[in-house]
Write a protein that binds this ligand. Structure first.
Ligand code: AHR
Length: 522
């Protein structure tokens, strides 16, 4: 066993956790919508066609905000196709995923569904094939209470109350050559600025996300953001970031260190935002919306299915492993460590397409390995303040990132509940790691529970036939003595440790085991 020694202090804070860090994406892509969230013929569907088993899992996942309808799909989407009587909706070709879109789910159904989940909608407007007018029309349809043509159309479609959508994305990955309606930074900036300006006149309460680069690997990363922000600065609130990770050449150690890339990505984005603020002498602060992130085996993308022009084909249905779940957990830790500047984040996506929840058409739904770190963090670190956590410990040599710490960790202090939540991972695949943290500035704390996601086989997966291969387990040897927490972290593990002020301890009990015992926790 090796050790990592460090400290946390209740007064040394990074920032408040924004609950919107626990967002996801529902895109019209493959089976995310159809036979994912919506399947009228399924025995467990309600009268609107929503699968109640999936709804229940989305609630258990703890998702707070859901981006829709894309992704790449939005860049060719006509939102008007998806509202009004379902039988009259047109069938279209979706050029992004080369599929057939019958529009049986659109904005109204999505907003109804997301409200049932208990989350808020985050809509993207089409700045690929369309522009300011269509964006304004959708905003009027969704947010104007009444007395206008499009608010009346919404009411006639069964929604007299406005949808009250707060967060809007100004297009999607517009810098990407794969995008329908790709643009240069200059062309996108002009369109985004004028659209944002008009949207804020129509509804000053909205928060707007300008497209950043499609990834940190794009050749124009940095330059793109600077150009877009210089043009749009007074009108937008966020710049977007997207990142997907997969092992290269089976190099698991580098893959397990993917969070190093995300960390540098966020630092670069924040620096660019602040550079533009300084140049413009603006007192406004632009934050990061990390609105697509996940593990994605893009090398396995089946081009034949993608080009087959089917209705909701099986596309990008990656099965995730224990190692993938540990990576997802470290990416979540990284997002939390930047809670001062990352205020929205969306795991892409929610169901079937690179997703924590999988379904069979007409059959069951189950939790992928990646479900667990997200659900545990969303439950126990959804609010509070992120504390600075530094620990010195063993390092691992990786081909891609050089020497990286075996430990990835952060802490969330929920003062009102008297609860301290430590989220931490041991990247080392062979050696257990003892976490040893001095706790400063807290009343006496005791351990409520230590939940770990680990196993001997990094490639272990949950499947329809074997949905419970990878599950969180309770460990019992974490303890607090003399103001120090010590907790053994198994090799290749993601962990959540809950500590509670001894005075507030009554009524505190472990919830994680119950959460995944098959039912919902009380
Ligand atoms: O999430 C899958 C795709 O990844 C999204 O449609 C796109 O925005 C990104 O490239």
């Amino acid at each position: 066993m090796t050790s990592a020694h460090g400290a946390i202090d209740s007064s040394l804070t990074v920032g408040e956790v924004d609950a919107r860090l626990y967002g996801t994406l529902v895109e019209h892509l493959g089976r995310c919508v159809y036979t994912g969230i919506h399947e009228p013929a399924h025995p467990e569907s309600d009268e609107r066609g929503f699968r109640l088993d999936v709804l229940e899992l989305a609630r258990e996942l703890g998702v707070t905000i859901v981006r829709y309808p894309g992704g790449n799909f939005v860049s060719g989407y006509r939102w008007e196709d998806g509202v009004g009587p379902v039988d009259e909706r047109p069938v279209r070709l979706d050029l992004a995923w080369r599929s057939v879109e019958h529009n049986r789910v659109g904005t109204d159904e999505f907003v109804d569904w997301v409200r049932l989940v208990g989350a808020e909608p985050m809509l993207a407007v089409n700045l690929g094939t369309r522009g300011t007018e269509a964006a304004l029309d959708l905003l009027e349809y969704c947010n104007v209470p009444g007395g206008t043509a499009l608010s009346a159309r919404r009411a006639a479609n069964g929604h007299p109350e406005p949808h009250a959508v707060s967060v809007w994305c100004l297009g999607n990955e517009v810098d990407g050559p794969w995008q329908i309606g790709q643009k240069t930074a200059e062309d996108y900036s002009k369109l985004a600025r004028e659209t944002a300006k008009a949207m804020k006149i129509l509804d000053p309460s909205v928060e707007l996300v300008a497209c950043g680069s499609s990834s940190r690997a794009m050749p124009t990363f940095g330059e793109w953001e600077a150009t877009v922000l210089e043009q749009c600065y007074p009108y937008v609130d966020f710049i977007s970031a997207h990142a997907y990770y997969e092992p290269e050449d089976d190099d698991l150690d580098s893959f397990l260190a993917s969070a190093c890339d995300m960390d540098a990505y966020i630092d670069g984005l924040v620096a660019t935002c602040d550079h533009v603020a300084a140049k413009l002498r603006s007192p406004r602060r632009i934050d990061v919306s990390f609105d697509e992130w996940n593990v994605w085996y893009q090398s396995r993308l089946d081009a034949t299915v993608m080009g087959s022009w089917q209705e909701h084909p099986r596309l990008i249905e990656d099965t995730h492993s224990l190692a993938d779940a540990v990576v997802v957990g470290t990416l979540l830790i990284t997002l939390l460590r930047h809670a001062d500047r990352v205020r929205v984040a969306c795991l892409a996506q929610l169901v079937n397409t690179i997703a924590p929840i999988m379904t069979q058409p007409g059959g069951p739904a189950w939790r992928q390995t990646t479900f667990f770190p997200f659900a545990l963090a969303a439950r126990h670190a959804r609010s509070g303040v992120v504390l600075r956590l530094h620990a010195d410990g063993p390092r691992i040599e990786t081909q891609r990132f050089g020497s990286v710490p075996a430990l990835e960790a952060t802490a969330v202090w929920r003062e009102a509940e008297g609860e301290l939540v430590i989220l931490c991972a041991n990247r080392d695949r062979r050696t257990p790691l003892e976490l040893d943290l001095a706790l400063h500035g807290f009343d006496a704390l005791g351990v409520v529970e230590h939940v770990t996601l680990t196993g001997d086989n990094p490639y272990a997966q949950n499947t329809c036939a074997q949905p419970n291969t990878v599950r969180p387990q309770q460990l019992t040897s974490a303890s607090v003595n003399g103001g120090r927490l010590t907790a053994p972290l198994p090799p290749l593990s993601w962990n959540l440790i809950r500590l509670c002020s001894l005075g507030a301890r009554r009524g505190q009990h472990s919830t994680a085991a119950k959460t995944f015992a098959g039912g919902r926790p009380a």
